[in-house]
Design a protein around this ligand. Structure first.
Ligand SMILES: NC(=O)c1ccc[n+]([C@@H]2O[C@H](COP(=O)([O-])OP(=O)(O)OC[C@H]3O[C@@H](n4cnc5c(N)ncnc54)[C@H](O)[C@@H]3O)[C@@H](O)[C@H]2O)c1
Length: 375
């Protein structure tokens, strides 16, 4: 068996950097049967490539993703581009027999996601969607505690995801404002994460949703000095009903003035509750009804003990980790799945299921009514 795996990455900016950091670091902390080689980086903006290669050590460069996926010296394609490119790159990569890591949201819509899933399954390659928040140790611990029955039957899953970078009406138009390139705005960007966490933690599918969306600033300056129409939502809020009777709520906005990347989830159950806030990602709040009544109350678990998920890779208790570690965990788990010839998780099936919910929420908002999630 080869003891290396050659990686080609597409996209060199925000996620390109976060993933590159993880590709560089993963072999230093995970015990990997095959070490990743940062073989080739791709961007259609040619001037992005030299500084990116220099900073992270990518050996070679391409300006066309079609050429990258066709290369014999690439085993795995890491898709870090804007959303409209995910489907064509992933389908071509699968057809070329490459394993795939794809950023979220998986695609522009569920039909595209389904095509990606089918192509990957047909090719027999491993596939993962970069829902990195599953790899926060506190979230993985919450999953374990829920599976152990610590909070009993889950009545409520509530998620808010607040950012404020669009409050300034003079913030210029970027691809994230264009529905043709992004699919949706705050919704696909932020609710994609929380819908995935809901499926992961509640352990069941969402069957119906009722949503409202808004574009608060309808036009923004373009970099060329003109004005452009905003076609992707600034915010989308939704109620949800799970098959098992859990009730959910999802709020995503880029207009939560003062909130930078505030992702809070709450699970209220028959035996206890769990609360997580990404801006305090080493912590998990836990309430249990089994405590002596006089001493009951939420406690804060600092998730840095060696018994906690992923922590044995890192530092002694109390030596906290950060947001970038979630990508190292994700890529480490993907490489282990490839080595063990097992399915990765979350995979394109999860990406597709998440997208079905996101699409139903958008439809609900447009049609101003409850919508069943397609199956
Ligand atoms: N997991 C997370 O927490 C997280 C956070 C931010 C963004 N994302 C997702 O990651 C993806 C990328 O977002 P980003 O913030 O890095 O965007 P970005 O705008 O910072 O970078 C996108 C990159 O893709 C390149 N690109 C676009 N079209 C291309 C093409 N046809 N061929 C080659 N390169 C092309 C751009 O030149 C740029 O380098 C999106 O799907 C986004 O939703 C995920």
């Amino acid at each position: 068996m080869r003891n290396t795996i050659n990686v080609g990455i597409v996209g060199t900016q925000f996620m390109g950097r976060a993933h590159s950091n993880a590709w560089l670091d993963v072999g230093h902390y995970f015990d990997l049967p095959a070490q990743p080689v940062m073989r080739v980086a791709c961007d259609n903006v040619a001037e992005n490539l030299p500084p990116f290669q220099k900073r992270f050590g990518w050996q070679d460069a391409e300006t066309s993703w079609e050429r990258l996926v066709a290369r014999d010296d690439v085993d795995l394609v890491d898709i870090c581009t804007s959303n409209a490119t995910h489907m064509p790159i992933a389908v071509a990569a699968a057809k070329a027999g490459k394993h795939i890591l794809c950023e979220k949201p998986i695609a522009l819509n569920a039909d595209e996601a389904r095509r990606m899933l089918e192509a990957a399954r047909e090719a027999g390659v491993r596939h993962m969607v970069a829902f990195n928040y599953r790899r926060v140790p506190a979230i993985a611990l919450a999953k374990k505690m829920i599976a152990e029955g610590k909070i009993g039957r889950v009545f409520h899953f509530n998620a808010v995801y607040y950012q404020d970078w669009l409050v300034d009406p003079n913030f210029p138009i970027v691809w994230r404002h264009d529905a043709k390139v992004a699919g949706s705005g705050a919704h696909g960007d932020m609710n994609a994460h929380t819908v995935d966490l809901a499926r992961y933690l509640v352990g069941d599918e969402i069957e119906a949703v009722c949503a409202a969306e808004e574009i608060f600033v309808k036009e923004r300056p373009t970099t060329g000095g003109g004005r452009g129409a905003v076609t992707a939502d600034d915010a989308l809020y939704s109620l949800a009903r799970f098959r098992n009777g859990t009730l959910g709520s999802f709020m995503a906005t880029r207009f939560a003035t003062g909130r930078k990347n505030y992702l809070r989830i709450e699970l209220f159950g028959s035996e206890g509750s769990l609360i997580f806030n990404l801006e305090r990602l080493n912590e998990l709040e836990y309430y249990t009804r089994s405590d002596d009544r006089a001493a009951q109350g939420f406690r804060t678990i600092v998730v840095t003990e060696s018994v906690h998920p992923y922590i044995n890779l890192w530092w002694p208790p109390g030596h906290i980790i950060g947001w970038e570690h979630t990508f190292i965990h994700e890529i480490g788990d993907l490489l282990l799945a490839i080595a063990k010839q097992e399915d990765a998780a979350p995979d394109f099936y999860d990406g597709w299921r998440c997208q079905l919910v996101l699409d139903a929420m958008t439809r609900s908002a447009r049609e101003r009514r409850w919508v069943e999630v397609a199956d």
